[in-house]
Structures are given as C-alpha cells and as structure tokens.
Design a protein around this ligand. Sequence first.
Ligand code: UDP
Length: 235
Amino acid sequence: MSELKYKRVMLKISGEALAGDKGHGIDTDTVNEICERISIVHKMGAEIAIVVGGGNFWRGRSGKGMDRTTADHMGMLATVINSLGLQDALESRDIPVRVQTAIEMRQIAEPYVRRKAVRHLEKKRIVIFACGMGNPYFSTDTAAALRAAEIDAEIILMAKNVDGVYDSDPSKNVNAVKYDKLSYQEYLNKGLCALDLTAASFCKDNAIPTLVFGLNDPDNIIRAVKGEEIGTTIY
Ligand code: UDP
C-alpha cells in the first residue's frame, strides 16, 4: 500500500483507448493490456472506480440530423458495451468487479446506488460506472467528475490517447507545448479541451484534481496511481 500515492481513484478511460490501432470498436488485446495494469494496482491495494467513454462506438454529437437526446442515449449504451468488456477482462484476472448503470438494465448490471458503490470499493471490488450520468447532453468526463465527488475519490486519472494537456492540438501542431501542471482556472481561461469544460468547472468547484496521461504506455496506469510525475496535473 505504501507504494501508492492514492488510496481511492477514479480512472476515466476514453472509449477510443479501447479501440487500439483499429480506431473503432474494441480491441481485446488492448483491453487486456489495460486490465492487466489495473489488476496490478488493485493487488497493490488501490480502490478503483472506473468510468469508460463510448466514443469508439458512438458519440451523441455525431448523430447529424438526429434528435440529440436519442443520439446521446445511443452513446450511453456504447459505454455499457465497453464496461462489460472491461468487467470481463478484469474478472478473467480474478478481480471482483461490479458494473453499475445510471440507466437501469438489471439483467445486465446493478443500478447505480452510491452507498452500494462505496461499499464495493471498501470491499476491494472494482466498480465500473456505465451510462455516464444517465442524462443526455453530458459527457463521460463529467460523469467521472460527478462520481469521483460522490465516492470521495482523491483524484481523477484521465487516460487518453494524448499524453497530457497541450496549449494546442499536438496532432495538428508540431510546436504544441505540454503543460506539467495548471490550475482549473487557467485551463478554463485558455479554453483547452483535454477534458470537457463542464467537467473542468465541476472539478474546480469541488476541488478534485485530475491527472491527464497517455495510455500509449499502459504502465502509465501504475505510474499514475503511484503518483509519479507523468502527464499533466490540473488542480
Ligand atoms: N453520454 C451522455 N450522458 C452522459 C455521458 C455520456 O449522453 O452522462 C453520451 C454522449 O452521447 C457521449 C457518449 O455518451 O458522446 C459517449 O461518451 P463520451 O463522448 O464522453 O465518450 P469518450 O469520448 O470518453 O469515449
């Protein structure tokens, strides 16, 4: 336990991160690589909650001409597919896992109940929160922020395809500069986009730090929970 900086963490994994090089859907090798690292930090004693996105299948805002609420419901269902994929890969490593959904689907998973989620964490079960917050017009970044506050997570570990927060898009600008640390106020003033602004504003109001880091090296999950200096910390 002493090796870990954080006891209870909220790990946010973007849907894209599960797609690996395929860019779409689920790449089971990639999911296994990620879950192997999660199982290592779990065995080290961390209490881990996970929110996973759905962008590898669908994002509400991609539904051109569609009713936005319907398109967002589709996005939330995509997070359930990813959550079940993670659950399966973790359980195959003998890690106890519970998926809780913000929209009830009892045949598949538990409904979200905060007290039960906290109890699971105390019993060293990994809890995966699916369906985001259950409300359209929001993202899974905001869901991760809200659930982190509800379960008293010390930090949000935001695993992305990019290795931190940059002053401009590093895939388009070779001169983009990475921040090691910045405040939520600076982040909001600059209109940066590593996590969405609703989530950033919520984290600022509730004093929850976020570490944005790259999943290009899955070992970063272990480094992040140990508190090593990787990625960008927003405080
Ligand atoms: N979504 C939603 N409400 C939520 C969380 C997610 O409506 O509380 C929908 C929304 O359509 C979003 C999609 O689910 O585009 C997938 O989530 P997100 O875009 O955050 O996934 P990521 O980019 O992290 O893969």
